[in-house]
Design a protein around this ligand. Sequence first.
Ligand SMILES: Cc1ncc(COP(=O)(O)O)c(C=O)c1O
Length: 393
Amino acid sequence: MTIKHTELALNGGPAVTNDRVLIHLPTIAEEDIQAVTEAMRTTFVSGDGPACREFEQKLADYLGVKFALFLNSATTALDLAFMVKDFPADSEVIVPNFTYTSTALGPILNNLKIVLADVRPDNGNIDVSKLESYITDKTVAIIPIDYAGNPAEMDEINVIAKKHGLYVVQDTAQSIGSKYKGKYTGNHADVGTFSFHGTKNMTTGEGGAFVTNNEEIADRVKIMREKGTDKYSFLTDNVTRGYYQYVDKGNSYVQSNINGAMGITQLARLNAMNAQRRAIAEFYLSELKGIDGLDFIKITEGAEHNWHLFGLLVPPEKRYWILDALRKEGIMANVHYTPLHQNKYYAHLGTDEDFPGSMAFYNRLLRIPIYPSLNKEDQQKVVDAVKKVFAHL
Ligand SMILES: Cc1ncc(COP(=O)(O)O)c(C=O)c1O
């Protein structure tokens, strides 16, 4: 860092950069644009088209799962994960307190009761040591999430789930391309739910996938995502001479063929894009280690991280000051996931005292920029700004 940067921009000094470094940026390549254009030219723009089917097959092959169903979001995948089970109303589902609202909406939309569970203070994933304390005779399922793309401790979770006969839905919204014990996420639970939202490691604009190895579940979800109709087999076999039946309940969760085309080209580059994220994360880890008061998110044992997010763990009483100082230096930093119980809709489900791990993690967390096209110069600016701000702590 040069001497001219010693005065903080927050106190009137020169900023590390006047060109703001963004926190997320999707990687849209020429081949994505071409694929989308070609899909539009075919005029098959509605849902579950040939590009969607091809993307689903490629995604299943990539992950090593039997079934991958392309949807319009991870939120709808979570809804389907519970719609398909017909659990008795008021059954209980364990949801980590530190997550996005969609994790809880899956069970809630299906008239189930959520029970919020505490998370680990060092990485925000569900705290396995506390998990059994939330299980009652009404518990039917658990939804671990892979915060920041770092997989939950699925071996331990599955042992507990098996012991109590629970259904496991892994909210893999953030972890496409991450591995746990040598296998891609999506392989370690009854169901995995990925997101291809614009902020994710691969994107179809909006989008998601429901993945499972269970044929019975997959067959019913194919119907439920298409308004409860058997249009899936109608499109495949067309043996019913022009009509299809309404065979179940459902909703309209298929994704357009245009987005399917983008899924194919994005997936083809996913490992390369994740490798670029990994190189940035390694640069940050080596450049920022040893700074007083600064720590990193603990990576799960046996995990290979897709580096969806890069989080710093900072002194809680200084977190907002650091956030403001970094932003003034030209670096976008942000907090993440207000714990569910701190939100109006979930406020009746507990207080800060009930979730010490969640509060400890949330209060220390500050995200900094990471995305494949973040060039070396901007990576250096991020490092310079963090060092500069911490030098004034
Ligand atoms: C853990 C988690 N689950 C679900 C979602 C919802 O994803 P989508 O926007 O695809 O519905 C998100 C979104 O960021 C998420 O972080």
